[in-house]
Design a protein around this ligand. Structure first.
Ligand SMILES: [Zn+2]
Length: 444
């Protein structure tokens, strides 16, 4: 007996270097895995407990958000038209200093609801109060790599804070039926000193986990690192031993050729967040060079205060168009490359090899996208329509770990009205400025 049969879809497979479309195929799901993908008619629908008719729909792997600060949805719209320094010092850090664990829980649920509605089934989330985020992920039914962000700059006994995050790693590793993986998340080389980064790497090795961190977001960060230490931020991480464990490098907007070689040798993965770069005028990452070096580059949304949505399809589209524009070459970063980044490469960045493709044996994380609206017609090129024409609202059905999370645009695990009401009720307190409050300051 099969648990679920999806009938008559156009199926996009995003195996590396081989994006294919199979028209009129069925997908059989058994437990949390894909059992078979075969032409319609070859699998007996009578064998399935539940059947979904996916005529006029495209099936593809669930999208992977490789870098996010999910609960920052609470601050959507708060930091517009400001420099990166003002963005941190005048907007983000005052707001974040008011956050409570419960705020983060409701913020995470809001973000997860938005991500499910946009077809995102996995997120690498880097934030605070991560026990609450884990609870939210458990409830939403999605998959997540969770890292509790820590700093050493301006923090008394930061090693104690780090130790608390290692306890979180152990508490939630493999949680929510295996949907949660946990890594360490020292914030960045500009907010963590080298000794702290070394301690983080030592802990990661001991716990057999990776490190998720921000690197070389702006040219100024690289310049200041060179002036202070004689090394690029990547070289500082290398010397601290960070590249001896798996890494998610968020941004990597300004790596040198040496940094790219270093990442390639180390097997590091990059989370590329093009909308954040554009809004904060931070410069565009050399995605083509990094991909040519064999580095997996996934797509991240970053937090919505610099991005405004968690729509990974939108970010993937921007990633493709920006590389074409930057390289003055319309033939680079093809549709196949872009869709691979959003699925398979994202899975490689997160070290989740059972994700990122629709093939027998893979985990059953997939989405169905409707093609019956005017902006999706005609369907001459399935993958072009997905990358360049589809809207998040075209995602009809979302399945993660073999379970339905959304069907016909109805969320099945989350109560959207309750979440929105809870979030709204917290806004006045979160926006209060508390006199004399000690805040983190941003210095590249
Ligand atoms: Zn970030």
């Amino acid at each position: 007996m099969l648990d679920l049969l999806i009938k008559n879809a156009d199926v996009i497979s995003t195996a590396p270097g081989a994006v294919t479309v199979r028209h009129g195929h069925d997908i059989a799901i058994q437990g949390n895995r894909i059992d078979a993908v075969l032409p319609t008619g070859q699998i007996d629908a009578g064998r399935a407990k539940e059947v979904i008719d996916a005529s006029e729909m495209i099936a593809m792997p669930g999208l992977i958000n490789a870098h996010c600060h999910n609960a920052m949805v609470l601050f959507r719209g708060a930091g517009e038209d400001v420099s990166i320094e003002r963005w941190f010092n005048e907007v983000i850090w005052p707001l974040e200093s008011n956050l409570t664990a419960e705020d983060v829980y409701w913020g995470a649920l809001l973000g997860l609801a938005e991500m499910i509605e946009a077809g995102v089934t996995t997120v690498a989330d880097h934030y605070f109060f991560m026990d609450e985020v884990a609870r939210a992920v458990e409830q939403a039914g999605t998959r997540a790599n969770l890292g509790w962000a820590v700093f050493s700059a301006g923090v008394e006994r930061p090693e104690n804070k780090l130790r608390e995050t290692t306890e979180f790693v152990e508490r939630w590793q493999g949680g929510a039926d295996g949907r949660i993986t946990t890594w360490l998340a020292p914030h960045s080389p500009y907010t963590c000193d080298e000794a702290f980064l070394r301690l983080s790497a030592d802990w990661a090795r001991k716990l057999n986990v990776g490190i998720h961190t921000h690197v070389s977001e702006t040219r100024e960060q690289v310049q200041i690192s060179l002036t202070k230490t004689g090394r690029t931020p990547f070289e500082v991480l290398r010397d601290a031993g960070v590249f001896e464990v798996p890494t998610i490098i968020a941004h990597a907007a300004h790596p040198t050729d040496g940094d790219i070689a270093l990442m390639a040798r180390a097997g590091a993965g990059v989370a590329h967040c093009p909308k954040t770069f554009l809004k904060l005028a931070a410069g565009i990452a050399p995605v083509l060079k990094m991909r040519e070096a064999g580095i997996p580059v996934g797509i991240g949304s970053d937090g919505v205060v610099s991005n405004n949505t968690l729509d990974i399809l939108e970010q993937t589209r921007l990633a493709a168009m920006l590389q074409k524009h930057e390289n003055r070459n319309a033939e680079v970063l093809t549709i196949a490359d872009a869709l691979t980044m959003a699925c398979n490469d994202g899975a490689r960045v997160l070290h989740l090899p059972d994700l990122g493709d629709l093939a027998p044996g893979k985990l059953a994380d997939l989405i169905l996208i409707r093609t019956d609206s005017p902006h999706m017609q005609p369907v001459l090129n399935v993958t072009a329509n997905v990358l360049y024409s589809a809207q998040a609202a075209d995602v009809d059905t979302v399945i993660c770990n073999g379970k339905l999370l959304m069907r016909g645009r109805n969320l099945l695990t989350l109560d959207k009205r309750q979440i929105i009401a809870e979030v709204r009720s917290r806004m006045a307190r979160l926006q209060q400025r508390i006199p004399g409050q000690r805040l983190q300051t941003y210095e590249a």
